[in-house]
Design a protein around this ligand. Structure first.
Ligand SMILES: Nc1nc2c(ncn2[C@@H]2O[C@H](COP(=O)(O)OP(=O)(O)OP(=O)(O)O)[C@@H](O)[C@H]2O)c(=O)[nH]1
Ligand SMILES: [Mg+2]
Length: 235
């Protein structure tokens, strides 16, 4: 029986990889910088999006894909900010996959979009296994979840290039040790960036916003380069 299970799982992941590569090609061709945003439920993903959109609106064109088991609450919160948002309901599924993203893209007008943020289903485990075609994986850990999370859920911390430690306004009310989080995160992912923020007060947002703006400009240059190339559109 075990011989059957392993190939089946491998096939699912391989099929997902193929679709993720297709998504990535589409994003690159359009010059869109794409982020896969992950965290446990309630760490502050949608709050981060709301504050980031407020800060960057007017400087870039943003679109959002929201992933949740049920409801369209998060997409509605984003639409209120005046940006395109499409909601995926996984109907019990604990993560997004590349096929779901492909379907959701049909509901978005990608022309002129600079930044696409995909808010994954709240879960520190399964989303880490499935590439969506994104350029960067980013995670949020809120200080109320405890400073032992990097050690207990290492894969998520290893694969994310940015760790946002959120809700630092609540630090005085918790026993969370920020130094411990920084140290564990560095051990698991020495090249990863760590930003300490509060989506409530806006503290710590400047370096996070600069990071996003730099990435968006890099990808915009690709778009400009592709348009200017004599081979543009021939591939
Ligand atoms: N005090 C404080 N509360 C915050 C902060 N960021 C988010 N919250 C609150 O935390 C709760 C959850 O925030 P959301 O942004 O909905 O979290 P989420 O990760 O999108 O949640 P799911 O999509 O359900 O997984 C809300 O009540 C927010 O107001 C913060 O920096 N400080
Ligand atoms: Mg949310």
């Amino acid at each position: 029986m075990a011989e059957i299970k392993v190939p089946v799982v491998r096939n699912i992941l391989q099929a997902n990889e193929r679709l993720a590569s297709e998504n990535r090609r589409r994003f690159d061709k359009a010059g869109i910088f794409v982020v896969n945003l992950m965290s446990s439920p309630g760490a502050g993903k949608t709050s981060l999006l709301e504050r980031t959109i407020d800060a960057l609106a007017g400087r870039m064109n943003i679109a959002v894909i929201e992933g949740d088991l049920q409801s369209s609450y998060d997409a509605e919160r984003i639409q209120k900010k005046g940006v395109q948002a499409v909601q995926i309901n996984t109907d019990g599924g604990c993560h997004l996959d590349a096929n779901m993203i492909q379907i959701a893209l049909d509901s978005l007008d990608l022309a002129g979009v600079d930044l696409l943020i995909i808010e994954n289903v709240g879960n520190l485990v399964c989303p880490a296994e499935f590439n969506l075609g994104e350029h960067e994986k980013i995670m949020i850990l809120s200080v109320t979840e405890g400073d032992d999370k990097p050690i207990k859920y290492p894969l998520m911390f290893q694969i994310c290039s940015v760790l946002l430690v959120n809700k630092i306004d609540l630090l005085p009310y918790t026993d969370c040790d920020l130094g411990k989080i920084r140290q564990s995160a560095r051990q698991l992912n020495p090249a990863g960036k760590v930003f300490e923020i509060s989506c409530r007060t806006g503290e710590g947002f400047a370096p996070w916003l600069s990071w996003i703006e730099d990435k968006v400009s890099e990808h915009r240059k690709n778009r400009a380069g592709a348009a200017a190339s004599p081979h543009a559109g021939k591939h």
